[in-house]
Design a protein around this ligand. Structure first.
Ligand SMILES: [Ca+2]
Length: 138
């Protein structure tokens, strides 16, 4: 995986302690995940809890995201959401994540509807709209 190694080297150079690996700020800057998801991403990657992501941890993490089976990917996402690491995702875990996410600006998307009827699904954006259309057909 030469490409992943290049990314690692690049981030490692920005770390305050390159010998130990990538520090948190550099990883957050790279991952660009909203809210606490970035923090969780770091925690899950840092499997030996050293506070730095070494090359093995980084490659293992990226491999799990980009090159793994669906089950492995699901495991990874599960670990991200499982805040207290007890093997269960609780309502609190979900609330913590959701409350940290930026509010999505729906009106901004509305400006971008030109040509939507040529898209897959007739341009209907969500499930409710599709259900309404189904009702109209009967
Ligand atoms: Ca580590």
């Amino acid at each position: 995986m030469p490409y992943f190694k290049d990314i690692f080297k690049d981030l490692q150079e920005r770390s305050d302690n390159p010998d130990k690996g990538i520090n948190k700020i550099s990883l957050l800057d790279y991952a660009q995940l909203p809210g606490v998801l970035g923090d969780r991403f770091f925690v899950v990657l840092d499997s030996d809890k050293s506070g730095y992501i070494d090359q093995r941890e980084f490659l293992t993490g990226l491999f799990r995201i980009f090159c793994s089976s669906f089950d492995d990917k699901a495991d990874f996402v599960f670990e991200i959401y499982d805040f207290d690491n007890d093997g269960f995702i609780t309502k609190n875990d979900i609330q913590t994540i959701l409350s940290s996410l930026p509010v999505i600006n729906f009106s901004k998307n509305a400006e971008n509807t030109e040509g939507k009827y040529t898209q897959e699904g007739g341009g209907l954006d969500n499930f409710e709209q599709r259900v309404e259309t189904m009702d109209e057909m009967h």
